[in-house]
Design a protein around this ligand. Structure first.
Ligand code: FES
Length: 77
């Protein structure tokens, strides 16, 4: 399975892929509790770098969507 990272609307980064490993700045590997897993994007997780759903409590808002290939419509600012 190819690795896919999905930017969730108002939420975490969902990471899918059996060959994905997550390392810290020293190259030490985190234990992945389950797959797929989610990484915190809001900065409020008490279990960083993993998402613990705290983004819901803080009403994290981030809904930037990728522009579709071939779509030349200007992005909203
Ligand atoms: S994105 Fe879920 S806790 Fe930060």
């Amino acid at each position: 399975m190819a690795t896919t990272i999905t930017v969730r609307q108002n939420g975490s980064y969902k990471v899918e892929g059996d060959d994905v490993k997550l390392v810290d700045w020293n190259g030490n590997e985190y234990t992945i509790p389950k797959r797929p897993f989610a990484l915190c994007r809001c900065g409020h997780s008490k279990n960083k770098p993993f998402c613990d759903s705290s983004h819901k409590e803080v009403c994290f808002v981030a809904a930037e969507a990728a522009q579709a290939v071939g779509d030349d419509t200007p992005s909203a600012l």
